[in-house]
Ligand binder design. Structure first.
Ligand code: SF4
Length: 409
């Protein structure tokens, strides 16, 4: 469902001079994405006090400073030591697209040449007070092969590091401090503001299959010394890696979303193949554990994501099965109109069908929303995160052309 017909601005990225790009020959330690504990260990390992970790974290995430020389509350000798041995390097932006509806998409080249995408979606509701949600990728491709997902069609390449995961957030915030040439050279870092208000681990990949870097990154999103986002504004979305859901429940308190997409095992085995390993009974038990058992004082709910596929999972009967499946699990259901991509096997459900499905859930007492598609002029809408870009031939051609254009400009 297209909500924006406005023309897209295609803006090949020009790396800002003040952002250092990856130089593997330097073999320096990248401090981006290190948790406070990891950074404290690092400082101890170079003969410095652990409390330096707090100072450096604040510089990186609250003022956007990546150049140690600008970290003025560090001694000159420490700044020199860090410059010689460490770096703060976000992933390299090779392409960016900004939609007129405020949606932004970046294509990053990570170490080894793989490409990942990140999308920032602003709320179009003024009541939501400037909410800007960043959809972050956790892996290059995905091994889980959900049948309706363009990322799944790519296959799995590799896990992202914490620097590559958190770097997506760093770059998204930095994008509001750049001028039209993407230069950060003239930015007054004391005026730095983190504009991204919400993060969803819902981009490319299954975050719970890249557990440690994802959890480290979310720790920094929550840390008051780094991004200080509220735990309700950081959401991890899983297709149902059940053992890791229990582990996460013990370790970190963030919002949980489940990519459900089907109300019975037979259909879910087809749409979300990991269901064969962890069927719905186990998945629902893990969801209940997350909501009820770990910290019952916190009022939590699970967000249920359900992509609406025409004639596949969108009947009244499916809605009724979903009501039964969720039972008394505090749930907010988010119906996602399918965004077809090249070679997709499915079509999107009609608006009437989606509303009929939604009404059954609402009548049963659930909060149910229908996701508004945003940024579809730049392939950033849900399910299009890779979208046409997943066509690698076309992607390579388009990006190579944009890189040539940039070099010639
Ligand atoms: S829906 Fe999520 S888990 Fe499934 S293939 Fe796509 S990225 Fe992977």
């Amino acid at each position: 469902m297209s909500t924006s017909q406005t023309p897209v601005q295609y803006v090949p990225a020009k790396p800002a001079k003040s952002i250092k790009l990856v130089d593997e020959s330097q073999a320096k330690t990248n401090l981006l994405g290190m948790t406070q504990a990891q950074l404290a260990e690092y400082f101890k390992s170079i003969g410095e006090k652990a409390f330096r970790s707090t100072q450096v974290i604040r510089w990186i995430y609250q003022q956007g400073v990546t150049d140690f020389e600008q970290m003025t509350n560090l001694s000159k000798s420490l700044r020199d030591k860090l410059s010689a041995n460490a770096c703060v390097i976000p992933p390299k932006v090779i392409h960016r697209q900004y939609s007129d509806d405020g949606t932004r998409k970046w294509v990053f080249e990570v170490t080894g040449g793989s490409l990942v995408e990140t999308v920032l979606i602003p709320a179009d509701d003024s009541k939501l007070n400037g909410r800007k949600t960043l959809c972050i990728s956790s892996q290059v491709g995905c091994a889980l092969d959900c049948s309706f997902c363009s990322t799944g069609k790519q296959g799995f390449e590799r896990d992202l590091t914490a620097a590559e995961i958190l770097g997506q957030l760093w770059v998204a915030n930095a994008s509001y401090m750049t001028d039209e040439n993407d230069s950060l050279d003239n930015v007054d870092h004391s005026l730095w503001a983190n504009n991204v208000t919400n993060v969803v681990m819902m981009g490319m990949g299954e975050p719970l299959l890249n557990y440690r870097p994802v959890v480290s990154s979310m720790e920094l999103m929550l840390s008051d010394h780094a991004y200080g986002l509220s735990k309700r504004r950081v959401t991890l979305s899983t297709s149902g890696v059940v053992p890791k859901m229990y582990e996460l429940a013990k370790e970190l308190d963030v919002a949980l979303a489940i990519s459900l997409h089907a109300p019975n095992d037979e259909l879910r085995n087809e749409l979300v193949p990991i269901n064969k390993k962890y069927p719905l009974e186990q998945l629902m038990a893990a969801a209940r554990n997350y909501v009820f058992d770990v910290n019952p004082r916190h009022k939590k709910h699970v967000t249920i994501e359900y992509v609406m596929l025409d004639g596949v999972n969108d009947s009244n009967e499916h809605a009724e099965q979903l009501v039964t499946l969720l039972g008394d699990l505090p749930s907010k259901i988010n119906l996602i109109p399918f965004n077809p991509f090249p070679h997709a096997d499915y079509d999107k459900s009609s608006n009437n069908r989606i509303h009929a499905f939604s009404n059954i859930l609402i009548d049963a007492g659930f909060v149910c929303t229908i996701r508004q598609t945003r940024g579809d002029d730049i392939d950033a809408a849900c399910g299009q995160l890779v979208g046409r870009v997943a066509d690698r031939t076309r992607r390579s051609a388009a990006w190579q052309q944009s890189i040539k254009d940039r070099e010639n400009s």
